[in-house]
Write a protein that binds this ligand. Structure first.
Ligand code: ZN
Length: 138
């Protein structure tokens, strides 16, 4: 596996609208998309900075993973996502190196991407997302 770039940085926030205002007013960025990802019980908002995005994550469920994260650690950096050509191959390659994935096969993420998370216990504390674009046919 060799990622091409950091696709996005996922930030856990309590209130999506308030956080969008921060990124728009302080950084002068424009939120170009808001999307609900039912699978992860989150509402997401996206900003582009070069090839990288900021992904804001607000829990839609008081018991969801983002809500639990904020309860434990407060708002802040939740995960880092790396763009890989093929999530399935990348997953296989990291598992061959004894890295423990949270997802053993790719699942649908925001923006039509295929994603899979690796467990922070085997990534030196960084919740790591592997993702590839929506065009998955080869
Ligand atoms: Zn993400």
């Amino acid at each position: 596996m060799k990622p091409s770039h950091i696709e996005h940085i996922g930030l856990a926030v309590r209130n999506l609208e308030e956080s969008i205002r921060y990124w728009e007013q302080v950084f002068g960025l424009k939120c170009y998309r808001i999307e609900e990802v039912a699978d992860q019980q989150v509402r997401t908002a996206f900003f582009k900075i070069g090839d990288t995005k900021i992904e804001l994550l607000e829990s839609m469920d008081a018991d969801g993973p983002i809500a639990r994260f904020i309860e434990k650690k407060g708002e802040g950096v939740h995960h880092i996502a790396f763009a890989v050509g093929n999530v399935e191959e990348a997953l296989q390659s990291v598992q061959d190196k004894n890295i423990v994935p949270i997802d053993t096969k790719p699942r649908p993420g925001a923006e039509g991407m295929q994603i899979a998370f690796l467990h922070p216990k085997s990534t030196h504390g960084v919740l790591t997302e592997l993702c590839s674009g929506s065009t998955n046919e080869k």
